[in-house]
Design a protein around this ligand. Structure first.
Ligand code: SF4
Ligand code: SF4
Length: 317
């Protein structure tokens, strides 16, 4: 089989997805056997003009990690789309918008105010904010435009495959490498992972117990054998695609939902709210209000990884 041309790009994300690729350890040698890496700016000195010079569709697979929030990221998504046969949304930010997508609760002006003026670590007495064009003695400096709204990759360009996770797990990346090596790629639109909710692969005992109090993870030490949700800790398992082998649960921590909604669920947060409401053992208004207050950050809890792709995907400013 001819070697594949592989591109890897880092957009609006923390960089963990690039590290996750290296986490596959010796399997990276198999990647080298089956593919020539033609673009991977974090690892090798590739420039944008190298991609521009490529023939359209000359890249076989592009693993694109990160959401799209600047004009440069949008241009790179469009450029790589034109040059690639298969575009893969790699990781939660490209798949769903991810943690950067939480800034859809605000806009550029408020984000800049917080990041460059209010933040305790800032020393910016002149309140200088990033500009798209700045004149200096040597000429003009240009920065990409920072958009008000963060988007998932498929809200900008067509995407063939999705690899979920923050970051994707080693077994799933290995599964993708094997699929590439054998040429046996699944149908377009496939999300690598389980077709069931995480609760289906969770080994914890479920007793269909109702709850009267919600705890944050640091407030109690949960029983490691029993369902976290039934102990009052919000675990996103009922509203999250399985396939990660319940790795957070194994560390006695609740699922935060990074694999996105299971098949058939359009809105992960609404699905989780419904699951949570069904196990509350309260009827009085004051108890419902108290439990609502016990959820410290409802929007951030239920839409931590998927706000840009949720039914209501940003706050109206
Ligand atoms: S809610 Fe969480 S702890 Fe409970 S069964 Fe589902 S994944 Fe496991
Ligand atoms: S348990 Fe949930 S948050 Fe943790 S890796 Fe799995 S899907 Fe992601």
């Amino acid at each position: 089989m001819a070697k594949l041309n592989l591109a890897i790009y880092w957009s609006a994300s923390c960089g963990g997805c690039d590290v996750a690729i290296l986490d596959i350890n010796e399997k990276i040698l198999q990647v080298a056997e089956i593919a020539d890496i033609v673009f991977w700016p974090i690892a090798l000195d590739f420039k944008r003009h190298h991609v521009e010079a490529m023939e359209d569709k000359s890249i076989d697979v592009c693993l694109f990690n990160g959401a799209v929030r600047t004009s440069e990221q949008e241009e790179m998504a469009e450029l790589l789309r034109a040059k690639s046969k298969a575009m893969v949304a790699f990781g939660s930010c490209a798949h769903l918008g991810g943690i950067p997508g939480l800034s859809n609760f605000t806009n550029r002006a408020e984000t800049f105010e917080r990041a460059f003026i209010e933040a305790q670590s800032c020393d910016n007495p002149d309140k200088t904010l990033p500009q798209t064009m700045t004149k200096v003695a040597e000429g003009e400096l240009e920065l990409p435009e920072f958009y008000d709204t963060v988007k998932a990759l498929d809200q900008v360009v067509d995407v063939e495959y999705y690899i979920p996770g923050c970051p994707p797990t080693v077994p799933i990346i290995s599964q993708v490498v094997d699929a590439l090596a054998t040429g046996q790629l699944p149908p377009v639109g496939t999300v690598f992972g389980s077709d069931k909710a995480l609760c289906d692969e969770c080994p914890r005992t479920k007793e269909e117990k109702k709850i009267t109090k919600i705890y944050r993870p640091h407030e109690i030490i949960p029983d490691p054998e029993k369902c976290l949700l039934e102990q009052g800790i919000i675990c996103m398992g009922p509203a999250t695609r399985g396939g990660c082998e319940a790795r957070c649960i194994a560390a006695n921590m609740p699922c935060r939902g990074c694999f996105g909604p299971p098949p058939g669920v359009t809105d992960q947060g609404a699905h989780m709210l419904s699951a949570l409401a069904s196990i509350l053992d309260v009827t009085e208004d004051e108890d419902i209000a108290r439990m609502t207050d016990e959820i410290a950050d409802p929007a951030g809890t239920f839409y931590r990884f998927g706000l840009p792709t949720a039914m209501m995907n940003r706050r109206r400013m």
